[in-house]
Design a protein. Structure first.
Length: 119
C-alpha cells in the first residue's frame, strides 16, 4: 500500500501562485509515476500534470500548460505542483495520484487539497 498526503491548498487572488505538495509513504519502491488531477463538484476529474518518477518526463493538461510546473524531491518521496497565474477556473479540489508497477499494478489517491482562486 502507498499512502499519499497532499498539502498547500488555500485561497489566493487571481493572478497569484500556490505550491501543492504530495508526499508518498509505505511501499513506494514500485511507484513509477505521480500525477495531479483536479475535480469540482459535479464535474469529471481532470488531468493536470504527471511526472515519470525515474526519468523525470513530465506531462501537462492543456488548460495548465505554461502556468503550472510539476517537480519532485526523490529523497522526500514528494511531488510538487507549482501553480502560477491562477485563474478562478482553477478553483477545484486537487488530488495526487501514484501509479505503481507491483503485482498487481495499482493506483493510489490522496484525500485532496482545496484551491480557491478569488476574482
Amino acid at each position: 500500500q502507498v499512502q499519499l498526503v497532499e498539502s498547500g491548498g488555500g485561497s489566493v487572488q487571481a493572478g497569484g501562485s500556490l505550491r501543492l505538495s504530495c508526499t508518498a509513504s509505505g511501499r513506494t519502491f514500485d511507484v513509477f509515476a505521480m500525477a495531479w488531477y483536479r475535480q469540482a463538484p459535479g464535474k469529471e476529474r481532470e488531468f493536470v500534470a504527471a511526472m515519470h518518477w525515474r526519468d523525470g518526463s513530465v506531462y501537462y493538461g492543456n488548460s495548465v500548460k505554461g502556468r503550472f510546473d510539476i517537480s519532485k524531491d526523490s529523497a522526500k518521496n514528494t511531488v510538487y505542483l507549482r501553480m502560477d497565474s491562477l485563474r478562478p477556473e482553477d478553483s477545484d479540489v486537487y488530488y495526487c495520484k501514484a501509479d505503481d508497477s507491483g503485482a498487481p499494478a495499482a493506483e493510489y489517491w490522496g484525500q485532496g487539497t482545496e484551491v480557491a482562486v478569488l476574482s
